[in-house]
Design a protein around this ligand. Structure first.
Ligand SMILES: *Cc1c(COP(=O)(O)O)cnc(C)c1O
Length: 478
């Protein structure tokens, strides 16, 4: 399998070549040159596979430069019940991503948040940790991952990379601005290859430092600076697996269809659903849910893609969906415009210049529904109401992001097929809003009781690029 850039001007690459990198050299994102098509016989055979077996079957279609026995071992090591152990009492953690039915056979949660950091990002990031270690070892290379986080991504990356050979993580976070639980999750890690840096400032200032360091090409090359952000193809590929797993859990035969509703920010999660559907998974609808940052909902309703400025980007109670533009969206648009790199270049010339594009008057607009997409949005009041509804009607506590999904699913779920809302985090991560909605503390998996009391390891710094560089140099040591 070769990988092409969405902007059509970069040489084709193999899976391992793009695994450790970011954007293609022409500024685009990598996608497989074609989507593997799943036969009915394969789908029938896959129905009974364990999560790890299914992951191997699917990833084998996208990876041809890792020997199958090695890829199989990586999948087996990643997808274990011991790692994904935080399922609700009564749901089967051995399934890795069990379905929790709200209305049996009709409406359910696909539990994706049972990994170590209680968010769906663990599904792909844990695999990435093992793939990175494997590929770096083969190549005799190292990587120093530099990132900025306001919560979910940074902790998922740290828990995936902790103790991995050849990998160090330098993660910047805004000092004093994460919840006590989030701080404890990240800063209590004692692994020698994990460095937490709390920056005295806002998240944006931390992110600007990451950008400044990455734009220093000499420093980046000398200190082997890399990233694990949501455009990483390995993450998207790993996420395809649970759409198949959810489909099998919600149906009895491969003649049936399923709809998925996905709480969305950077379009990484739902992009994997789109690819699963393109591979031939019987998906009735892909329902995209946003919070007040509704740039994607606006696009799917109107055909206008209008990235927002900082002033128009809201801080919400589903913070992992607070985006101004959706970094994976270009992958879908490449398919939408018939894989025409020149067309993508034309559209993203506008995006990159800070303006919008409008496809409403083109034949592409009608194609949005051919690709199965519909969308909706939620806001803080709707989030509280949906958390209450789930608790009162279904005796199920859900987090704020999943609430955005459930709200939109209740409005848009097609009749006659099961709809699965992707549960992207557990309520324990968002205690404040759960208390506001339900007047009680969220349930917390037993393993995480009392983590706030563990010793923490964090370096507090001013938002200063030179100081962060010096810290990296001191700890990389060559
Ligand atoms: C990252 C995240 C999302 C958004 O996922 P995308 O792939 O960026 O669309 C939604 N919910 C939670 C809890 C997340 O951490």
């Amino acid at each position: 399998m070769r990988y092409l850039s969405t902007r059509g001007n970069a040489p084709a690459q193999s899976f391992c070549d793009i695994l450790l990198g970011g954007l293609a050299p022409d500024g685009g994102l990598y996608l497989p040159e074609s989507y593997p098509q799943i036969t009915r016989a394969e789908l029938d055979a896959w129905r009974s596979l364990s999560y790890a077996e299914l992951a191997f079957a699917i990833l084998s279609k996208f990876v041809d430069d890792i020997p199958p026995a090695d890829l199989k071992a990586i999948c087996d090591k990643t997808y274990t019940a011991a790692v994904y152990c935080n399922a609700r009492p009564g749901d089967d953690a051995a399934e890795i991503t069990p379905v929790h039915w709200l209305e049996p056979g009709r409406l359910g949660l696909l539990e994706l948040s049972n990994g170590p950091t209680l968010a769906f990002k663990d599904m792909a990031m844990q695999l990435l940790g093992n793939l990175f270690e494997y590929v770096l070892e083969k190549r005799g290379e190292e990587i120093n991952i530099l990132g900025a986080t306001s919560g979910d991504t940074g902790s998922a990356a740290e828990y995936a990379m902790r103790g991995k050979h050849g990998v160090r993580v330098f993660m910047l976070s805004p000092h004093g601005r994460m919840s006590a639980f989030q701080r404890a999750q990240m800063y209590s890690l004692q692994d020698a290859n994990i460095y937490n840096i709390a920056v005295r400032g806002m998240f944006d200032e931390a992110q600007d430092i990451v950008k400044a360091v990455s734009n220093d090409h000499a420093f980046k090359a000398q200190y082997k600076i890399g990233a694990v952000n949501s455009i990483n193809w390995g993450r998207v590929a790993a996420q395809i697996v649970y759409y198949f797993k959810g489909y099998f859990a919600a149906t009895k035969s491969n003649d049936e269809q399923v709809a998925f509703c996905v709480p969305s920010g950077n379009f990484g999660n739902i992009c994997a659903g789109h690819i699963a559907r393109m591979m031939g998974l019987p998906v009735a609808k892909l329902i995209l849910a946003t919070n007040e940052n509704d740039v994607l909902d606006e696009f799917f309703r109107t055909g206008v893609y209008r990235p927002r400025g900082t002033a128009e980007t809201h801080t919400t109670s589903s913070p992992s969906m607070d985006i101004s533009k959706a970094s994976n969206f270009e992958r879908f648009v490449f398919d939408l415009v018939g894989r025409d790199g020149a067309k993508v270049r034309e559209l993203w010339a506008k995006v990159d210049a800070g303006t919008s594009f409008d496809i409403s008057a083109t034949p592409f607009f009608a194609k949005l529904s051919e690709f199965g997409f519909v969308s909706g949005r939620n806001d803080h009041a709707g989030r509280l109401a949906t958390i209450r509804l789930a608790w009162e009607k279904y005796r199920t506590m859900i987090d704020t992001h999943t609430a955005d999904g459930l709200k939109v699913a209740l409005e848009q779920a097609p009749a006659g097929v099961p709809t699965l809302v992707l549960e992207t985090a557990l309520p324990a991560k968002f205690e404040e809003t759960i208390r506001e909605a339900l007047n009680r503390a969220p349930e917390r998996p037993a393993k995480l009781e009392g983590i706030e009391a563990l010793p923490q390891r964090v370096e507090v710094m001013d938002p200063d690029v030179a100081a962060v560089k010096a810290f990296i140099v001191a700890h990389v040591g060559h």
